[in-house]
Design a protein around this ligand. Sequence first.
Ligand code: URA
Length: 230
Amino acid sequence: MRLAQILFSQGFGSRRECAALLASGEVRLGGRVLDDTDEDLATDGLVLNVQGADWPFHEHALVMLHKPAGYECSTRPGRWPGVLSLLPPPLRRRGVQPVGRLDADTTGLLLATDDGALLHRLTSPKHHVAKVYEVTTKHPVDDALVERLRGGVVLRDDPQPVRAAAVECTGERRLSLTLTEGRYHQVKRMVAAAGNRVEALHRSAFGPWTLPAELAPGHWQWLEAAGAPP
Ligand code: URA
């Protein structure tokens, strides 16, 4: 692929901006300055260095973000800053979108991608992708609460009971809850319907991906879409 086209596809701006970036001498490959817009490069395994930062080529972007509290997943944030502001400009320019939503006060694993088909697969209720939530409750967790969440609780907008795929008591006021749907405020509403209240909520896993302990709040990392569920 032509170098100018590579930079454009990775979100480094308009064609003119990409040409200017190359002319600035700030794009390197293995230490060599790349400045010829027409240079043809193989994209497989290509890692450019742009303005001092390594940038691996990805035909589509898939990233994992450790969402801190106080950020909105909406693409038009209102009260809080948007989660996408935590990603670098090239990813935002590529049209990366959050995969599903977390509430502003929820922390943890949030995926973002510019691959519409993948986004659909990961969020469609048909695919039952598992999400794991670590819940801190207001009142102590007892067997009755765990049984109600396992057996199914009725939420106000649907007479069909919703069940957690797995529930584990992990502390006096802590639960680990696995859901395969993604309804609005689902964890908070399920826990309330089961007779307790969510005080804090953190997502630790989404499909095959687990939030690594070393990924600090507000930080992100690339993922390989090949690891996504079919
Ligand atoms: N369920 C909720 O209630 N809130 C979230 O942020 C995610 C799941």
